[in-house]
Design a protein around this ligand. Structure first.
Ligand SMILES: *Cc1c(COP(=O)(O)O)cnc(C)c1O
Length: 404
């Protein structure tokens, strides 16, 4: 394995070098890890479907010999991505229907998610926004950004703006300063939040120059996205420390991923490691029904069991809230919201008083969870995902959600 050995520390820690030298090519990847026949075939088969790219830093965390490595599986294409996926859809949260102007998702009254770029430094194979992320043709233009800003300015009920993407920290400092300044100039925008995976995949992006830009636009919060204890490196910890010293509170959103972090010890190590770095675990997401991500999905019962295994066994603030995102907003997956299982659906109340039926067939390997939730008849008028190719054939349409 040759790879990036011999690169000086100064060069290695230069975030622009890391962006330029991203691994995008099978040959380069083969110099870093012993690629399996499956991985090679998947790189071919996913071409034009969903891009892949890995920073040298993140690549250095991969196990060269183990294709099941939890870091490697997040970023190296797998053949499961192109297998038929009955329940997978392109936009399960109906984000496009909730976007009055391009990439401003206004689903909650008082806050919006503003997807300011489709660029990322790495492309997580389970990405929620596969429909747009990594697609150079869907880049936001400066005039589209201005439209988004104008929409927020015209809606005084918006007090919280989540700047996300893609990854907004792929922007250069000057561009980011401009964008945050425009948002900060809107009187009713109380808080700005940044959603970024840079501390995980490219911690050198969090440099002093960036931190001084961020510190100009307080109150500013940041959520990042660690999924596995292997990602909690000294370099990642240093990037978090810089953010905290700039006065930016840091939270973490983890996605529950089958075979990567869906066991109690891994989750506890992850969450305890995060609080040692002074990062507050915020959400644990049930993995969404994104087409081509079936291999990552667990049953909801499995997630609920894992959450229960944490309570009472670690610091309260090391425990995030386990949620499912739906077109009706996020629903905490605990007994107070989850009503039961109706065959292949898990049925829950939403905060808006509607009932949501999430297609969640129990994976063969998790048969043991059956009976964990009460089996209930499908409630009258429950909503579910209606748009997925194959969803109707599979008999999963209860009632189409109302497109906004
Ligand atoms: C998750 C999300 C938010 C933020 O929700 P919080 O629960 O406040 O973190 C805002 N808008 C959209 C569209 C979201 O998906």
């Amino acid at each position: 394995m040759k790879g990036f050995q011999g690169v000086s520390t100064d060069v290695w820690r230069d975030w622009r070098w890391q962006m330029r030298e991203r691994v995008l090519d099978e040959q380069v990847l083969a110099d870093l890890v012993r690629l399996t026949a499956d991985e090679r075939a998947a790189i071919e088969a996913t071409r034009g479907v969903f891009r892949w790219s890995i920073t040298p830093y993140y690549a250095s965390l991969m196990d060269p010999d183990d294709p099941a490595c939890p870091v490697r599986r997040q970023v190296v294409p797998s053949l499961s991505e192109v297998e038929p996926d009955l329940v997978g859809v392109v936009d399960p949260l109906e984000e496009m229907a909730h976007s009055p102007v391009r990439n401003v998702i206004h689903n909650y009254r008082d806050r919006v998610a503003f997807c300011v770029t489709t660029e990322c430094a790495i492309y997580c194979r389970y990405c929620l926004r596969k429909r747009m992320v990594g697609d150079a043709e869907q880049m936001m233009s400066r005039s589209e950004l201005r439209e988004g800003i104008a929409y927020i300015a015209a809606h005084p009920e918006i007090r919280d703006v989540l700047v996300t993407g893609g990854d907004p920290l792929t922007y250069g400092d000057r561009m980011l300063d401009w964008l945050l300044g425009e948002l900060r100039a809107i009187g009713h925008v109380e808080i700005i939040r940044i959603g970024t995976r840079m501390p995980v995949k490219l911690p050198y992006r969090i440099d002093d120059a960036l931190c001084s830009v961020l510190a100009r636009h307080h109150p500013l919060w940041l959520n990042t996205h660690f999924n596995h204890p292997k990602e909690l490196t000294p370099d990642a910890a240093e990037s978090i420390d810089r953010l905290l010293r700039a006065g930016v509170p840091v939270g973490n959103q983890t996605v529950l991923l089958k075979g990567i972090n869906d066991d109690a010890d891994t989750l506890r190590d992850l969450f305890e490691g995060l609080v040692r770095m002074r990062v507050r675990p915020y959400y644990l997401y049930q993995s969404q029904l994104i087409g081509g991500t079936a291999a990552f999905r667990t049953s909801i019962e499995r997630g609920m069991d894992l959450m229960e295994s944490l309570r009472g066994r670690t610091s309260g603030f090391a425990i995030p809230v386990y949620v499912l995102d739906t077109p009706f907003g996020k629903v905490p997956l605990d007994r107070s919201w989850v009503m039961g299982r109706s065959g292949d659906h898990v049925v829950m109340r939403t905060t808006r008083g509607e009932t949501w039926a999430e297609p969640n067939p129990v994976p063969v390997s998790e048969e043991g969870v059956r009976g964990r939730l009460p089996e209930i008849p499908m409630p009258e008028g429950a909503h579910t995902i209606a748009t997925g190719p194959g969803a109707r054939e599979a008999g999963w349409v209860v009632q189409a959600t109302d497109a906004v």
